[in-house]
Design a protein around this ligand. Structure first.
Ligand code: KG4
Ligand code: ZN
Length: 343
């Protein structure tokens, strides 16, 4: 255990295809190093076996850089926080095993973190000297990533309830799979975002899924998009190349409308106007813009994490670990990763 009163936590994230490590000192982020695995691009999606192998290669250099950037020696660490799940089992195993080994060698405690809770807590990340305006409790967070789409009622840092979620695919998957149909490289979300910037969002229309309550469904939308492209290219084989910006803008606009429809309903029903978004898809410029519009039109207080804390990163893992450390919630050395892990 560290000799001084400082709480210095190393956070480790390895749930999917980003290897990341971050250091948080007394609740302020000192470093955040992320290595994205480019190998998956050629396969059009994450290949689990390759992801775990790449984590093995990256983890030591990434942790080393995070400690170096933060100017912290391993012996100064108070605890190690790590993503226990949800995620790809082989990927998680690398981070979990590394965290255990380092914690044992330094004789410091381990803190397990739920990746989805960490995405929400990205809203509380501050750098030294920074005083950010964070959402007030209770707030509603729309967490949209490659693997998840959830509407979360956040009562406190460690008190959250999922009030709605996708019954099939995630919003990020709808972006990625439709980008693949268009022949765009993985991950497709940022590519669709890029082309959408110069397109007409009202040029093509798509239909809305009908799902109960605050739940979402994106699998039918993916199929709808595939059939739309197949139908149009059978009439004109160059349909995609001639209309790429309009296709991307209309499709992105549609996904955003679907996401916002349930969010608006939750805000109204729960009478909570503190609204946040989190997860990789919250990097989407159209979604960010639409939320700012909602704040003007409906008086919502809108919170969007800094760009680097939207997609997978260890800063959010160390932030979550910091709160859990303060709450004396530690993991045991025989803790195993969990592919599925509810909030
Ligand atoms: O949270 P994240 O980094 O990883 C998971 O936990 O899944 O989210 C990755 C997802 C991918 O589907 C990616 O295409 C999407 O976030 N994404 C975006 C944008 N940037 C990342 N989707 C739409 N627009 C973007 N700018
Ligand atoms: Zn994520």
């Amino acid at each position: 255990m560290s000799q001084n009163k400082d709480i210095i936590i190393l956070g480790i994230e390895s749930s999917c295809d980003d290897t990341s490590a971050a250091v948080i000192k007394n609740g302020k982020i000192r470093s955040n190093v992320v290595t994205s695995q480019l190998i998956h691009e050629q396969y059009g999606g994450v290949v689990p076996e390759l992801a775990s192998r790449a984590h093995q290669q990256n983890i030591i250099p990434v942790v080393h850089s995070a400690l170096q950037d933060a100017q912290i020696r391993p012996e100064e660490l108070t605890a190690i926080g790590f993503t226990r799940g949800p995620g790809l089992l082989g990927s998680l195993l690398v981070g979990v095993s590394f965290a255990k080994g380092l914690a044992m060698s330094l004789d410091i405690p381990l803190v397990e973190v739920n990746h989805m809770i960490a995405h929400v807590l990205a809203h509380f990340i501050e750098r030294p000297g920074e005083q950010k305006k964070s959402p007030k409790f209770p707030f509603i967070c729309l967490t949209v990533s490659g693997g998840h789409t959830q509407l979360v009622l956040v009562r406190d840092h460690l008190d959250m309830e999922v009030i709605g979620e996708t019954i099939d695919d995630a919003a990020g998957e709808a972006f990625d799979k439709s980008a693949k149909v268009l022949g765009l490289p993985y991950p497709g979300g940022p590519m669709i975002d890029k082309y959408a910037k110069t397109g007409d969002p009202d040029r093509f229309e798509f239909s809305h899924p009908s799902v109960q309550g605050y739940n979402y469904s994106f699998s039918g939308l993916k199929t709808q998009f595939l059939y739309f492209i197949q139908k149009e290219t059978s009439k004109d084989p160059e349909f995609v190349s001639k209309n790429l910006p309009d296709i991307c803008a209309s499709w992105q606009n549609h996904i955003i409308k679907v996401l916002l429809s349930k969010l608006k309903k939750a805000v109204k029903d729960y009478k909570i106007n503190q609204v946040a978004i989190a997860g990789g898809v919250s990097a989407n410029s159209g979604l960010r813009h639409a939320l700012h519009q909602m704040s003007e039109e409906k008086g919502w207080s809108v919170f969007i994490p800094d760009f680097e804390y939207c997609t997978d990163n260890a800063a959010m893992i160390s932030m979550a670990a910091h709160y859990k450390f303060l709450a004396n919630e530690f993991a045991s050395i025989d803790c195993v990763p969990r592919a599925r892990m509810p909030i």
